[in-house]
Design a protein around this ligand. Structure first.
Ligand code: SAM
Ligand code: SF4
Length: 467
């Protein structure tokens, strides 16, 4: 293939999909495709889908209606548009997608993205193809790295997938079926990718995986845990901040907890989903931990790093959930004092054990419980944000804010922070005194002079880019 054609990828769902979409963009760049922000003038449209809840899949089918109109309009102009559905809906529904939406040319599971160029070539010749095998080869060995320019354009904070798939089989969840068994990438490949990102100006890396703390990749001297990997990645020159997501409470081992005490660049923030505060529901969910186990892990992390901020995922209206079970969920929100959380109505997923149960909760009850839970989470988040007012926090500036002269960055606790600051500070960590807390973000002023921040972080992205 040659010449410049346009590729538009729309990503749904989790950070893993954002990362995968970037890697597909990098793969197609080698084939002469440039990324297009709009689907209208694209020659290849990829929907990178999520299957975690029913609504997510339905959104894809409604988007395919819009794509059909674009494809028909292009055909009238004599232009062929190739349409691919990738991700977990593709994996779960396979050929059914082409049956429901015949404009789709390619259905591609998450383990097969490295095959996209060959599949596009086939589709351009008029073939339809469904590729949802779990291949023996590792897609990461075949997906090219991003160019320096593409990395810079994506900003100063990047995701790196270190682990994929899941062996936990929570009874509500499709991930073990759509993403397959847990696999970890070799440590050396992850370190090389982080080094490339840092050399291009990335200052913050989040190591991601469906169960990132179950990481057990091949290292130079045997199997490495996530803690070991974090220690190594923390040595990469230029990196200011490290995070990891999403973690399972059962896999928070002592070394990982200690890493929060020992690694200055490991941010004091953790997304640790509990799903429910009721032991009975946790057992039905097959989470394999109790409420007490979870609170114990939280306490050990706070011992290691007293200012740890926690976020969580919650599911309300799981099969058999009573008002007493739900009360236990509401109680754990206050007990942990979350800095924020995602909460969802239980959505039965075909093929999962929870969907087969005959004690499903009424939708009206789910709606009412979700509203109460969200109100409790909002109160905790507001209290957490309010406690930041008057403090001076290190902020990694990421991009221009809404107002002229303003930048937006992130606090160590992942809150967005807005402050008046020169654009040259994009990519730099600076101390900001927080003056006001909104519902979702903080507002502050550069603390000048900022000796500790300046000493640790002499190099702004602008400086790196120019050298
Ligand atoms: N691996 C992570 C963990 O163990 O917590 C979560 C991965 S999952 C992609 C993200 C979140 O989606 C889950 O934490 C859960 O709250 C939610 N989720 C998963 N299946 C769901 C379902 N059937 N209905 C509603 N929410 C669901
Ligand atoms: Fe899904 Fe449970 Fe695996 Fe998380 S740990 S991906 S919720 S099965």
């Amino acid at each position: 293939m040659s010449g410049t054609r346009k590729l538009h990828i729309k990503s749904y769902g989790c950070q893993m999909n954002v990362y995968d979409s970037q890697r597909m963009t990098d793969t197609m760049a080698r084939e002469g495709f440039v990324a297009a922000a709009e689907a209208e003038d694209a020659d290849l449209i990829v929907l990178n889908t999520c299957h975690i809840r029913e609504k997510a899949a339905e959104k894809v089918y409604s988007e395919l209606g819009r794509v059909r109109r674009l494809k028909d309009a292009a055909a009238r102009d004599g232009r062929k548009v190739v349409v691919a559905v990738a991700g977990c809906v593709a994996q779960a529904e396979g050929e059914e997608i082409i049956r429901r939406a015949p404009i789709v040319d390619i259905v591609l599971g998450p383990q097969n993205y490295h095959r996209l160029p060959a599949l596009v070539a086939r589709a351009e010749r008029g073939g339809k193809v469904v590729d949802t095998e779990f291949p023996v080869e590792d897609k990461f060995d075949h997906l090219p790295a991003a160019s320096r320019e593409a990395t810079r354009a994506r900003g100063v904070s990047a995701f790196v997938t270190v682990q994929e798939g899941c062996d936990k089989f929570c009874t509500f969840c499709v991930v073990p079926y759509t993403r397959g068994a847990e696999i970890s990438r070799p440590a050396a490949k992850i370190v090389a990718e982080v080094e490339q990102l840092a050399a291009a100006g990335v200052r913050e890396v989040t190591l991601i995986g469906q169960n990132v703390n179950a990481y057990h990749g091949a290292g130079p001297d045997g199997t490495w845990s996530l803690a070991r990997l974090l220690h190594r990645v923390a040595e990469v020159p230029g990196l200011a901040r490290l995070r990891y997501a999403t973690s399972h409470p059962r896999d928070m081992d002592a070394d990982l907890i200690a890493a929060h005490r020992d690694l200055a660049s490991l941010m004091p923030q953790l997304h640790l989903p509990v799903q429910s505060g009721s032991d009975r529901i946790l057992a039905v969910m097959n989470r394999r931990h109790t409420r007490a186990d979870y609170l114990y892990v939280i306490a050990r992390l706070r011992e290691a790093r007293p200012d740890m901020a926690f976020t969580s995922d919650f599911i309300v209206g799981s099969p058999g959930e009573t008002e007493a079970d739900f009360a236990a969920t509401l109680a754990i929100v206050g007990e942990v004092g979350y800095a924020g959380a995602f909460s969802f109505k239980y959505s039965p997923r075909p093929g999962t054990p929870a969907a087969e149960r005959d004690d499903q909760v009424d939708d009206a009850v789910k709606v009412e419980r979700l509203a109460r839970l969200q109100a409790a989470i909002d109160r905790n988040q507001a209290a957490f944000n309010a406690r930041c007012v008057g403090r001076t926090l290190d902020v990694l500036f990421e991009k221009p804010g809404r107002l002229p002269g303003q930048l937006v960055g992130r606090s160590p606790y992942l809150q967005p922070v807005q402050a008046m600051a020169p654009a040259a500070l994009i990519g730099a960590v600076r101390a900001v005194t927080i003056t006001r807390a909104g519902a979702n973000s903080l507002f502050g002023e550069l603390a000048t002079p900022a000796p500790h921040a300046a000493a640790r972080e002499p190099t702004a992205l602008a400086e790196i880019v120019e050298t």
